[in-house]
Design a protein around this ligand. Structure first.
Ligand code: C5P
Length: 237
């Protein structure tokens, strides 16, 4: 595999073309942003840890029949993935009230939701990723109803798999964000990453935050939280 030109640089990752027209190379950076770029910083080693955690979660999900874009990890910071057409939606699944949901609905952080709540946001930095409902998604032709049904089915199954697995590692899955794409046949495939950057992980006993909220909220011990999650998942010190 040969790395070719950079196609896109996001806040935490760079996407490169490769010599294979069906594959991209994702490079995981240590850069961290919050509030749609308003706060910027570095979490030392984050790129390596998020790459490893994402690979671990994709492997776990594949065993349960979830189609995803991950192919291999050519280096600590690089992930080879299937080329997809990304659907510009952030799919958020919430098991416990936290973050923007707690704020918007006046709920106390930590209050369990009676069932997983799914939200959609339009992936558009200029607009600040506004929230969408299924009518907006249909009107904007972002995805068809059949595709959204499949995205919701997969999201709820992913939530079940991750919640059960994480429980065995004494971690509560509070909420998380997924992204999906279409392959050449139009099949819906899980994309992006699964890491403390886009999931809220709380220690089951102490409720200590083991995710990017430590950076967003200046709670300190940011790197340690990522290291602890990697250790609980893979045993890596
Ligand atoms: O901020 P909010 O409470 O809406 O975030 C919900 C979940 O979605 C969190 O796990 C957060 O990490 C994730 N998220 C994300 N990227 C965004 C917005 C939220 O990964 N742009």
């Amino acid at each position: 595999m040969e790395r070719k030109e950079a196609l896109y640089e996001g806040k935490a990752k760079i996407i490169y073309a490769t010599d294979n027209p069906n594959e991209y190379l994702v490079y995981y950076k240590d850069d961290a942003t919050a509030g749609n770029g308003a706060k910027r910083g570095t979490i030392v080693g984050k790129g390596i840890m998020n790459n490893k955690m994402s690979a671990f979660f994709f492997d776990l999900l594949a065993k349960e029949g979830i189609a995803h874009h991950y192919i291999s990890m050519p280096s600590d910071r690089e992930m080879l993935v299937k080329k997809l057409t990304i659907i510009p939606l952030e799919v958020i699944i919430r098991n416990v009230a936290a973050g923007s949901l707690a704020k918007r609905l006046g709920l106390e952080e930590g209050v369990p939701m009676p069932f997983p709540v799914i939200e959609y946001c339009y992936k558009n930095d200029d607009l600040g990723d506004p929230m969408l409902n299924r009518y907006h998604i249909r009107a904007m032709k972002i995805a068809t109803d059949a595709e959204l049904d499949e995205i919701e089915r997969m999201s709820l199954k992913i939530n079940d798999i991750l919640t059960k697995f994480l429980k065995s590692k004494k971690v509560d899955l509070i909420d998380f964000k997924l992204e999906f794409g279409r392959d050449a046949d139009g099949k819906i495939i899980l994309a992006d990453e699964i890491s403390p950057d886009n999931c809220r992980f709380w220690d089951s006993d102490t409720k200590e935050k083991l995710d990017k909220d430590r950076f967003r909220r200046d709670l300190g011990n940011v790197e340690d939280a990522y290291k602890e999650m990697l250790h609980r998942l893979t045993g890596e010190a």
